[in-house]
Design a protein around this ligand. Structure first.
Ligand code: SF4
Length: 434
């Protein structure tokens, strides 16, 4: 059984880490009594309802085709289904701990599956741009203590990562010292973050690339002749380039406004290149504003296990990488997998309808970290414990810093690593007995 505090007195747990978004704030104070979260401090407007929802978890037993089943029956059924599959797919992993991601990777390797993470539907552009041209990065701690200019491009952390501004971009350093820095927001609409900025630059929708390229030109000393680019007056861009050059340490954060849409790869490559160009004048780092779940952890684990961050095919007995061809959404839409092992439900809402339609027709083994409505009936459903709520473990912050997690509630549910390991061991036994 996972370790966990138990008490019938209100116990205040200090320095709890929240895994809901890529900030992984690790300064929460959670009051727990009789295995229920009663109070939360430092939890943002997104985190508090998510934490309180953990009190209401109903699903406690595995199911086979919607009927309650024992764990051993469910392990056996899942193992037999997987053993009989010729083109299995393992997908999800962003609700898992590092250990669960590791075992999922081992299982995929053993059964010759394609393994993919939710990164392939939301972060492909960021990862592939990084692979093509690299990036200048720093930890969020370094940015907090050193940057005197922060630019958010296509990102609205006030709503998507509510404590990001306070924790990493504020002027108070937490030790009595203050730092003076400017906050600039570049976006197509006036966002909540833009309202808090020292300067908001509004650009035309779909013209981020043009504006980024113009800024690169200005930083490289190229004279531009247009009076405006992407809806931004040239004079404003010149002033922005001068402000960037005059900074001691600039930090660029980009969000889904750049990493998704019509030209995501080019746009992300352009902002990574902009940071590199700025190094002719000053120190500059760039980071993607990773969204929900441990997408970064899944990418890290797959990278050190297979050499690739997502969309990896083990069918030939060695890892092959090809986003698109081996991405879950595309494979399911092409009706290629004959079985899906879904580790977590988070990625399901990012799949296209054709992929969901195919999931309704093939056997599915689902490990669910949360009670939720499903768009299909899983063949085998394992409710599993959640890392950081019921289990200790490790997750990755958006800057790839590993953060230790601790349990705050007790549960009888197994963790995803245990379920996957049990199924893997049964598959080995079935193979040996054949
Ligand atoms: S900002 Fe993100 S990590 Fe921090 S408390 Fe809110 S949801 Fe959790």
């Amino acid at each position: 059984m996972p370790e966990s505090p138990t008490t019938d007195q209100l116990e205040i747990l200090q320095d709890v880490a929240c895994t809901l978004c890529g900030c992984v704030c690790d300064d929460l104070r959670i009051g727990v009594q009789e295995n229920q979260i009663q109070t939360t401090e430092n939890a943002c407007a997104l985190a508090e309802p998510w934490l309180l929802r953990q009190n209401q978890r109903q699903q406690q037993h595995p199911e086979i085709n919607g009927d309650p089943a024992s764990l051993s029956e469910s392990y056996q059924t899942a193992a037999e289904l997987i053993r009989n599959s010729r083109t299995p797919l393992v997908y999800g992993l962003c609700s898992s701990s590092v250990l669960g991601q590791q075992v999922a990777c081992e299982l995929a390797d053993r059964i010759g599956a394609v393994i993919d993470t939710t990164a392939s539907t939301s972060h492909t552009a960021s990862v592939m741009a990084l692979q093509r041209i690299g990036e200048s990065t720093a930890s969020l701690g370094e940015i907090r203590y050193r940057s005197d200019l922060i630019i958010f491009w296509g990102s609205n952390p006030a709503e998507s990562h509510p404590r990001h501004l306070e924790r990493f971009c504020g002027t108070a350093l937490g030790d009595g010292r203050q730092i003076k820095r400017d906050l600039i927001v570049i976006d197509t609409v006036l966002t909540e973050t833009a309202k808090q900025a020292d300067l908001f630059i509004q650009i035309n929708p779909g013209q981020d690339f043009e504006v980024l390229w113009a800024l690169r030109g200005l930083l490289n000393g190229i004279e531009l002749t247009q009076s405006e680019i992407g809806g931004v007056p040239l004079q404003t861009l010149e002033q922005l380039a001068d402000r960037m050059k005059a900074s001691q340490y600039a930090a660029l954060f980009y969000g889904s406004g750049l990493a998704q849409g019509t030209l995501p790869h080019s746009q992300v490559e352009a902002i990574l290149s902009l940071a590199t160009d700025l190094h002719q004048h000053t120190r500059c780092v760039v980071r993607g504003m990773r969204g929900f779940g441990d997408v970064g952890g899944a990418a890290n684990v797959l990278s050190w296990q297979t050499g690739y961050p997502f969309s990896v095919n083990f069918h030939r007995g060695y890892p092959r990488y090809n986003p698109g061809e081996y991405s879950a959404a595309e494979m399911l839409s092409r009706q290629e997998p004959d079985l899906a092992i879904l580790v977590g439900t988070d990625g399901l809402d990012q799949l296209p309808q054709e992929a969901i339609n195919w999931l309704q027709t093939i056997p599915t083994v689902l490990l669910s970290h949360e009670d939720c409505e499903l768009p299909f009936q899983p063949t085998v459903l394992f409710p599993v414990a959640t890392c950081g709520v019921h289990l200790s473990g490790t997750t990755y912050r958006m800057d790839d810093t590993p953060i230790p997690l601790r349990p705050i509630l007790q549960t009888n549910l197994p963790d995803d690593a245990t379920v996957l390991r049990e199924v893997l061991n049964l598959i080995k036994q079935i193979v040996m007995s054949e």
